[in-house]
Design a protein. Structure first.
Length: 428
């Protein structure tokens, strides 16, 4: 008797998650952590599996079984596009391998009760094109339905879907779902704009707001003589909206580093303590080094304790470091979400409409700066505005976060009500 059969006999159910997890984007990992911990608390007998982009890393982070979302069966170097290998790829590699991937998907979803796509901006072709995330979602959702599994999209972000094929893949997958919810009205409106109108679909907050209450580093804010400002960095090369500018990616990046450096200079000269934070372990670490080098060229005179840049390798590291700060400025979406969850007012340096949707719901809509317009003077003005009414904001943020958590509790109850009645369940 295999593990799946044992699980059925024991009265549990099998829930499988699908998404871009395991690559140490801390926002994505926090999303998976939130739904895993909440389902574990409510359905302790459930077997949890994650189909993701980097299974070994995701397994180590979340402590659940993992499977590859898109298995590779040939050396990628052999699949380079040229006159000869393009034909070889289609006839002898591409089609047979894709058939094999479908068979593996059907096997992986045997006796799965639910396939859940949780949160994040997975329903997008911005970086991967139509044959990346949109097609992978399409493939796994069809396989789930063929296996009799229920498909759910839970607090997902949507768009952009620039290619017509991407839109077709995503809309087809969404139609297969027994439950769909979006993390903001903007995602729902975007789907309506591409002819997918499901007015009854609910909007629930970002899943990261449902992270369990954990013990963070001891808060030392009341013991300091100067405020500590968390400043996030991001590997920004203009990759999210190519229509905004004709500048080459490297020039966009250097402009961003220069603007950030001047803002940090202003903070340090003003007597603030600065803590540099990241949101993606893979992509943001180099940005930290570039910022430190750029600051070094200014030859500022400040103590070693005034510019803090400690390693961040996990969600826990990020939360502990943010918890020691007074205010947050960041271009990473989930850095802003985590700041709000900790009750910290924040300025968003935004590259996507999802920032506007988040901040409008949190009474921070005035503190949103488009990243391509984030000159130092604009950021300084927004920072001063944030400082001027931070106490008022903290009260509003606390109220909103409590409301978000209550709404997400309701959503977990709704989705778990769709599980077979045999599943042992604990209501929160």
């Amino acid at each position: 008797m295999d593990k799946a059969d044992q699980n059925k006999r024991s009265g549990g159910a099998k829930i499988t998650f699908l998404g871009n997890f395991g690559q140490k984007n801390l926002g994505n990992e926090a999303t998976l952590r939130a739904i895993v911990e909440n389902i574990r608390a409510r359905a302790p007998d459930a077997e949890l599996v994650c189909i993701c982009t980097d299974p070994p890393v995701a397994a180590a982070i979340h402590g659940i079984e993992t499977l590859p979302i898109h298995a590779l069966f040939a050396d990628p170097k052999f699949l380079q596009q040229n006159a000869i290998t393009k034909l070889v790829r289609k006839l002898s590699i591409g089609i047979p391998n894709e058939i094999r991937r479908w068979m593996l998907a059907l096997r992986a979803l045997r006796q799965v009760d639910m396939l859940i796509v949780p949160g994040t901006q997975f329903l997008s072709d911005n970086i991967c094109g139509p044959w990346g995330w949109p097609y992978w979602t399409f493939r796994w959702c069809i396989a789930a339905r063929l296996r009799g599994s229920k498909v759910l999209f839970v607090s997902v972000g949507v768009g952009p879907l620039r290619h017509p094929l991407s839109r077709s893949f995503v809309k087809f997958a969404l139609r297969l779902a027994v439950f769909r919810s979006y993390r903001d009205q903007m995602s729902k409106q975007y789907l309506r704009s591409i002819a997918f109108d499901r007015s009854a679909d609910p909007v629930y907050p970002d899943l990261v707001f449902s992270l369990p209450q954990v013990a963070f580093a001891k808060d030392s804010r009341n013991k300091r003589t100067r405020p500590t400002i968390a400043v996030g960095v991001k590997d920004y090369h203009g990759q999210y909206d190519k229509a905004r500018t004709d500048l080459p990616p490297e020039q966009i990046y250097q402009r961003y580093i220069g603007q950030l450096t001047h803002f940090l200079e202003w903070l340090l000269r003003g007597g603030y303590t600065v803590r540099l934070v990241i949101g993606d372990v893979t992509y943001d670490t180099q940005v930290l080094q570039d910022v430190r080098l750029s600051l070094a060229e200014l030859q500022l005179n400040y103590g070693d304790d005034r510019l803090i840049s400690e390693p961040i390798e996990s969600i826990e590291d990020l939360l502990e470091q943010l918890a020691t700060c007074d205010l947050v400025i960041s271009p990473r979406f989930h850095n802003i979400v985590l700041a709000l969850m900790l009750g910290l007012p924040a300025v968003a340096i935004s590259y996507h409409e999802k920032f506007s949707a988040l901040l409008e719901s949190s009474s921070l809509e005035r503190l949103n700066v488009a990243i391509d317009n984030a000159d130092p003077e604009t950021i300084i003005d927004k920072f001063r505005e944030l400082e001027s009414y931070q106490d008022e904001l903290k009260e509003q943020i606390a109220h909103n976060v409590a409301r978000y958590r209550a709404a997400l509790d309701e959503q977990y109850d709704r989705i778990l009500d769709l599980l077979p009645s045999r599943l042992s369940r604990v209501r929160k």
